[in-house]
Design a protein around this ligand. Structure first.
Ligand SMILES: Nc1ncnc2c1ncn2[C@@H]1O[C@H](COP(=O)(O)OP(=O)(O)O)[C@@H](O)[C@H]1O
Ligand SMILES: [Mg+2]
Length: 291
């Protein structure tokens, strides 16, 4: 099969395969670049390179659930994988350590998450002082340039005391390990962090908003279409009716856009239409509402 120029090279290769492989490809997430994500990735690159200083910089990435926060961190982590053993310290060289705020936000559990991210033993029953000591000792040896804490809105599940001590722990880590700390969460996370002016000033916020019907969104849709393994172009981004259906059905939430387009693409393969049409899209959107 000759190349299809409406597709990326990877999608081109998949488009030539049988329906089973193509449907499997649809079920996976594929990174699509868009300006806000690009700006955040650039900021993360800047932070991971920032030299040691007394007050290390932080960042709060916030947006609704399913908007694409964790995808950005996954993308960033792929660019910063663990490297070879550092022969001086005997530790794996890791620039970025990523964990999630535990759903019961206690310092001990957050240290536990860090230990697990470092492949270090952690028994949930261990006492705070012991876990803290081990985690800090290890972190100083590994000396990451950045610690990422996702799902930081889980803070709100804790008591006022737990919230405060977990927030202070983030600041403490950044001071002790001399690394940038990046947190991600919903608007609730923003609210929790703003209760403390010191924390708020330490973690300037950047939002991933819902999509609007504009050039950025059309760009995202065009990028999405290029990685769908369909043999005919759908030209979604330049089709006003299709863009409106997508916007209305998804409310501009990235995860829902992705789900809708994947469902429509699946129908395009099964029906042998080989492109997403307005009808297939309406159908897929209708089934979503019915579900
Ligand atoms: N840059 C992107 N490229 C392609 N799909 C994306 C992108 N960002 C988000 N998505 C889609 O949205 C879904 C939800 O994204 P996720 O990062 O898990 O959201 P959040 O962490 O904000 O809840 C992903 O599983 C994926 O299908
Ligand atoms: Mg997430």
């Amino acid at each position: 099969m000759t190349g299809l120029d409406h597709l990326t090279d990877e999608a081109n290769a998949i488009a030539a395969q049988d329906d089973v492989s193509r449907l499997a490809h649809l079920a996976e997430d594929h990174w699509i670049d868009y300006p806000r994500a690009r700006a955040i990735l650039e900021e993360l690159e800047r932070l991971v390179r920032s030299p040691e200083r007394t007050r290390m910089p932080g960042l709060l990435i916030h947006g609704e659930s399913n908007i694409g926060k964790s995808m950005i961190i996954q993308k960033f982590l792929r660019a910063h994988p663990a490297r070879e053993f550092n022969t001086e310290t005997g530790f794996l060289q890791v620039d970025v350590i990523a964990v999630e705020m535990p759903s019961a936000p206690q310092e001990r559990r957050l240290y536990g998450q860090l230990l697990m991210a470092l492949n270090a033993p952690y028994r949930p029953g261990d006492r705070l002082a012991a876990v803290e000591f081990t985690a800090l000792t290890l972190l100083r040896k590994v000396a990451p340039r950045m610690i990422v804490v996702d799902e930081v809105h889980n803070l709100l599940a804790g008591s006022a005391h737990e919230q405060r001590s977990s927030l202070n722990l983030l600041k403490f880590l950044s001071n002790q390990i001399k690394c940038a700390v990046v947190v991600l969460g919903t608007r609730d996370a923003l609210a929790a962090m703003q209760t403390d002016p010191q924390i708020a000033s330490r973690f300037p916020g950047i939002e991933i908003p819902r999509w609007q019907e504009n050039e950025d969104f059309r760009g995202f849709l065009a990028g999405f279409e290029r990685q769908l393994p369909l043999r005919q172009p759908s030209r979604i981004a330049t089709n006003r009716a299709m863009v409106s259906v997508i916007m209305n059905a998804t409310g501009g939430i990235t995860g829902q856009v992705s789900e809708l387009l994947s469902r429509a693409a699946e129908a395009a393969i099964r029906s042998k239409r080989e492109c997403i049409t307005l009808d297939l899209l309406r159908d897929a959107a209708g089934r979503r509402l019915a579900a």
